[in-house]
Ligand binder design. Sequence first.
Ligand code: GLN
Length: 490
Amino acid sequence: MTLSLTTLTFAELTARLNSQAVSSVDVTNAFLETIRRDDTSIHAFLHLDAEEALRQAEVVDRKRASGEPLGLLAGIPVAIKDAICTLGQPTTCGSRMLEKFVPPYDAGVITKLRQADAVLIGKTNMDEFAMGSSGENSAYGPTRNPWDLTRIPGGSSSGSAAAVAARMALLSLGSDTGGSIRQPAGLCGIVGLKPTYGRVSRYGLIAYASSLDQIGPFATDVAGASLLLEAISGHDPRDSTSVQQAVPQYSKTFDQPLAGLRIGVPIEHFAEGLDAEVERSVREALAVYRSLGAEIKDVHLPHSKYAIATYYLVATSEASSNLARYDGVHYGHRAEQFGNSLVEMYEASRAEGFGAEVKRRIMLGVFSLSAGYADKYYAKALQVRRLIRQDFDTAFEQVDVIAGPVTPTPAFKMGEKTSDPLAMYLSDIYTISANLAGLPGVSIPCGLSSQQLPIGLQLLAPPFEEERMLRAARMFERETDWNLRRPERR
Ligand code: GLN
């Protein structure tokens, strides 16, 4: 009986909690039981503190029983990507470098989740420092896709996506620098949303590429994503890039359809390399919108062919600078054995603490920023970034949202791309531009391949139009049942 609690929708579960038909302790126990049963094979979690989660659940149950006002996510278990700092709980960022790091403070989003009365159920696995598209770059071993354990769940928020897909948490938080929320959401058959840059505080998010990083929600449906987004959004004086703008009440508006919706379909996102089954599902989704009265038209994003190259200059440049702090003194692992000098200590500590992909990124970034090359690479990338943003500005003069595939193929096999970084980088081809342009994007389930693997639809909107994007996403969800499909036995 308790296990079936984990398969309810967001609305069903909150209704049962609100009417006190079930307690948050029951709900938390049900998810913990599922984790104990299934996470040995999936490996979505890096750190669990069942006692602490149940303590938080009890507090909410007591508040509810005594009629105290409750937050937006009262009693709901939420899993947290291990890149987000949690007071007193390990936060490794998927790296040996931070194996022993226990933050002395909560990230801005964690403070907000506590204020919303959520239950923090555990920290999730991820590609080291959020660098990756498959979850295989975690220093603690890969996460597996709950739909097919021989396949990757996507990355870098691999554990957060797999945890929700396998109903080991109702909601989770990830971070998205080039697609790390939308891509694994698409490959795991759930909803994943990257907010507009500046919508959500990055305070306490371990930095990868600061001008691109954004924290966002995973959920099994648009309702859950809307509430979690509302709970974490808003200005934070500790993150100067978080904007001073009122947060719309997504929880109240997401279910309102949009009349006369104009959907732009970028022809560049339907080019070479797109799997035929993915294309078919996405085109069927567009037909559903058409049947709801939406107008579908082609748009052009002519500079999107430069997106991957631009991203791998901007992201690696920022990463090389952000990761300079891991020197074995300020932060992170310190080698036990090194020569005699400080520099040798740095070298040995960084050589031991970082994995191969992180080292590759640091080297690329240092090169693109170095004297004599910065104008050619980093500065050039910034110019192209501007052109990519302008493409979107032009497209959004004609349409309200842009729709297309999230990923070129369904989830690939574990190990299939680990020896070919370029092939791995290409799996973010449709998601990366939104980060370069700072736009919000969401992935929603829109089909299953012949091998029963999830396929996602990506919707993009102009900056700070998450409300419109969620309403458009919900229009599709209401007409179909893709978001109710679950991997077998879960
Ligand atoms: N796969 C991309 C990368 O490795 C994006 C990762 C992310 O969004 N954090 O950089």
